[in-house]
Every structure is written in structure tokens, then in C-alpha cells.
Ligand binder design. Sequence first.
Ligand SMILES: O=C(CO)COP(=O)(O)O
Length: 251
Amino acid sequence: MRTPIIAGNWKLNMNPEQTAEFVKAVKDQLPTDGSVEAVIGAPAVDLPALLENRAGSSLKVAAENCYFEDEGAFTGETSPKVLAEMGVDYVIIGHSERREYFHETDEDINKKAHAIFKNGLTPIICCGETLETREAGKYQEWVEGQVTAALKDLTADQVASLVIAYEPIWAIGTGKTASSDQAEEVCGIVRQTVAKLYDQTVADKVRIQYGGSVKPANVAELMGKENIDGGLVGGASLVPESYVQLVNFNK
Ligand SMILES: O=C(CO)COP(=O)(O)O
């Protein structure tokens, strides 16, 4: 039984004051019965505000990125070791924006996954194809390749515990959601890829999110699909009312 996981990805929005206000507004409206895990991914500078204000609630905290080294001469990077010391739960890695604008490679993402586990955190690993790749009919093999590269040399236990987010790039911030059938098809491919690389037991445990224009109006339909265990939500996670509706999609 996989616990659904709805994660906001705030991207480069919100400051510490707004973060504190947001958490105070949603804190008492999060699921308390353990039926849905509610996560917010925030910029590194907002993480202390998120961590302080979530005290006493079930809210989990994600960083939006980290480096694959714990310390050293790496100006401007965020240490996974320090994220763990702060009390962060998850780290989002391999988002298409990081791959595109910051030239992150599959190899970097795999190194980050190892560093995250070494520090006792859990990665949310993103994958997804461009419109061009989809229209060329190559999205299945593309996503399979990204997942395979990201998971390289991780143990079965590690993979069973992590989260993979399928985010078709053409559906991010465009208002164009993949249909629930399109999302389900690729989330199914992600699960089959894990089964091929490991085994069906691991594949049955890994949680797979869909991301791309998820909002209160479409979350329940997406979550009704067999292979969709959660959502990674950008725009609709920035407004407290909408975030509360998303994490309570099953109510
Ligand atoms: O990139 C996303 C989440 O990581 C999706 O963003 P939107 O929900 O704004 O489309």
C-alpha cells in the first residue's frame, strides 16, 4: 500500500516571511490521518522558515536541489549533509528546469541521489520528455532512459523508498495537463522500468508522482489512476487554499 504524496514545488517564488505566513495558514488543515503525505519544496533560503513553522504538524519539507558533495570548495552549492542536519525530509532532483537552465546531466542526478541517501534524506527524482520527443513518439524510451540513469547503483531498499516524479515538460506551467490516461501510461512505464531494473516488489513500493498543471480541479482524477501515487505541483501550490484542497483531494 503506497501512501499518496502531494508535494508543492515553489520554484523561485516566496520569501521567508511569505513562507511563514503560508505555513501558519495551512498547518491545521493538513491530513492528520496519515492518508496523504503533504510536502512543500521551497528555495533553500526559505527552508528555516518552513521548518520552524511546521512544528507540530504533519508537513514534510523538501529542498528543491542540492549538490552531490557534503562540503568543500563548491561556491554557491547546497550541502545534503546540512539539509539533513536542518531536519529536511526530501530533496527534489533532476527537475527539467535544472536540467535545461543549469545543464544538469543524468550522471549529476545519479550522484545527487547517492549523496541524498548517504545523508539519510529521500530523493524525489524528476523525469519527463519535451513536446518534440513526445511528438516523435520517443517518450517511452526517453523516460525509461532517464529513470535508468538516475537509479544507477542504488540498492533495492533505496529505490523502494524513493519518489519518482513524471513531469512532461510540455505540461509544466502551461496550463496544459497531460490527460489522466497520458499521465497514467508514463507513470506505468516508470514502474515497469523499476521492475525491470530491480523486481516487482520494489516497483510496487516506489511512489510515482505526476507533475504538470496539477490543480484542485484535476487532482482527484489523476490520483484515481493505478500508477499515480501523488502530484508534484508548481503554480497551484503557491496559494494556501489551493494547497489545502490538493492535499485533501481524498476528502
Ligand atoms: O514543474 C512543476 C512541478 O515541479 C509543475 O509546475 P506547474 O504545476 O506550475 O505546471
